[in-house]
Design a protein around this ligand. Structure first.
Ligand code: AMO
Length: 439
């Protein structure tokens, strides 16, 4: 029989059904046993009358059954307005234990207060049984689904680029090396070069949602050594403004849909208001940002640090963006070229045609118009001492390549900020960091 989801049970009142799930709770009273079963979509109460002779075996079974075992219950589903849990109860005829749990769990997943995060990650499969933790992934799933949908509406196609690569990509640093038969290979830190290869292939509009690997020894709340990157690239743009416009529309639309579907749940579980960002998103140059941070909040940094946003400045940008624009997002532009990747386009004055997008005071995206002119990209690569390493990439620009641009969003970080969670460890299915590569 096909597994019925808890959320669909109301369609089966008065019917003989089978329901499978985890044993979430048992209340063993004098005359009756209430067994709460749980699947990923909800919960249902199974009611066993102790006085009925035919229930004797089931009562015995339940009396000795550890919580978190899994069972398959056959019985009749009754509408029962008095039952607090969804106004229904399952009256069982038989119960089959499909997996018996040990009596003691490593920790009480229902109340995680005081449970060490490392212990939780060691037993992530139990940690994820917590309602709130499960919800993180259900919300993340919707967010990605609606971002994908936006792109599909615009005729983008999803491609799948290799993560095992022969030459260290982008910069040569921060890349994991792996043994590849009798030679070295690397784990891709971004699909950047292949997104651009797709443009040279004439694909015009592509995206990819896939792992990216960073060999950075960064132990912050927003860095991981492996994360999920939502990458977009498209051709025939006039400037990086087109890229910012597409990204902000995509976020606007997906936030609207997530809010409609899960806004209440986000508020209840995370206390976080999902605010649909108005269009267009505000934009400021790096120079303007530092000027205003100084004027408004007396935030000073050394001139030498003003070629990038300090972590503190990033944080203050949240306040700035709210105070100045009543907005939670902020595009920051006009970064100096020497701080940025060689594939970003620069204008005649050497100003970078790219941006960072900050959300709630943390960078979630880098985006840009790319340099698609062979001579220019060669010059930029040489300037960074990269021309040999990126020879295969430079080939893409020799045989016709349209002007193009794109961006990458770290999904795990984005989810963390959206739900107001303290750490990226909470939003990765299994966190990967400098000190954690297990389970
Ligand atoms: P960048 O390196 O800025 O740009 O990365 C883009 C976004 O990816 C996320 N991110 C991370 N998330 C978790 N842990 C990390 N260690 C980590 N590093 C990056 C962030 C970041 O904003 N190729 C360009 C994108 C492009 O231009 O299309 C790139 O990778 O959210």
């Amino acid at each position: 029989m096909k597994k019925i989801d808890a959320k669909d049970l109301h369609q089966y009142y008065g019917k003989q059904i089978e329901f499978s799930g985890f044993v979430d709770n048992i209340r063993d009273l004098q005359w009756v046993q209430f067994v709460i079963l749980r699947d990923s979509t909800g919960k249902v109460q199974v009611t066993i009358e102790k006085s009925e002779e035919k229930n004797k075996e089931m009562v015995e079974l339940i009396s000795n059954l550890p919580l978190e075992s899994t069972v398959k219950v056959s019985g009749v589903l009754m509408e029962a307005p008095k039952v607090k849990l969804n106004g229904m109860e399952l009256i069982p005829e038989s119960i089959e234990v499909t997996s018996k749990s040990l009596d003691e769990l490593p920790f009480t997943y229902k109340n995680l207060e005081g449970v060490n995060l490392d212990t939780r990650l060691d037993y992530r499969f139990i940690d994820l049984r917590n309602d709130k933790n499960l919800a993180i992934f259900q919300i993340q799933n919707k967010l990605v689904q609606y971002m994908r949908e936006y792109l599909y509406q615009k005729d983008f196609i999803e491609i799948h680029t290799p993560k095992l690569i022969g030459a260290a990509s982008e910069s040569g640093s921060e890349v994991f090396e792996v043994k590849y038969f009798d030679r070295k290979a690397y784990l891709a830190q971004s699909p950047q070069f292949y997104k651009q290869m797709a443009m040279a292939s004439g694909m015009s509009k592509i995206f990819e949602v896939a792992p990216a690997f960073r060999a950075e020894n960064s132990n912050t709340n927003r860095h991981a050594t492996e994360y999920t990157s939502f990458d977009v690239e498209f051709s025939y743009i006039d400037s990086f403004q087109d890229v910012m416009e597409l990204e902000s529309e995509m976020i606007h639309q997906s936030f609207s849909k997530v809010k409609e579907e899960m806004g209440d749940q986000i508020k209840d579980l995370f206390g976080s208001d999902l605010i649909i960002p108005t269009l267009p998103f505000p934009v400021m140059s790096l120079e303007e940002v530092y000027r205003e941070l100084e004027e408004r909040y007396s935030y000073h940094v050394e001139e030498s640090e003003k070629n990038d946003l300090t972590t503190e400045a990033e944080k203050l940008c949240y306040k700035l963006s709210k105070d100045k624009f009543h907005h939670e997002f902020l595009f920051v532009t006009n970064y100096p070229a020497e701080k940025r990747a060689f594939y970003h386009m620069r204008d005649e004055k050497g100003i970078l045609q790219g941006y960072d997008l900050l959300f709630r005071g943390v960078e979630i995206t880098t985006g840009a118009q790319r340099e698609h002119r062979y001579e220019e990209i060669l010059k930029n690569a040489k300037e960074k001492g990269l021309s040999k390493d990126v020879e295969f990439y430079l080939e893409f620009f020799k045989y016709g390549c349209p002007p193009h641009g794109g961006f990458g969003i770290g999904i795990d970080r984005f989810t963390m900020l959206l739900l107001g969670l303290p750490n990226i460890k909470e939003t990765q299915f299994l966190f990967r960091g400098p000190n954690r590569i297990e389970p």
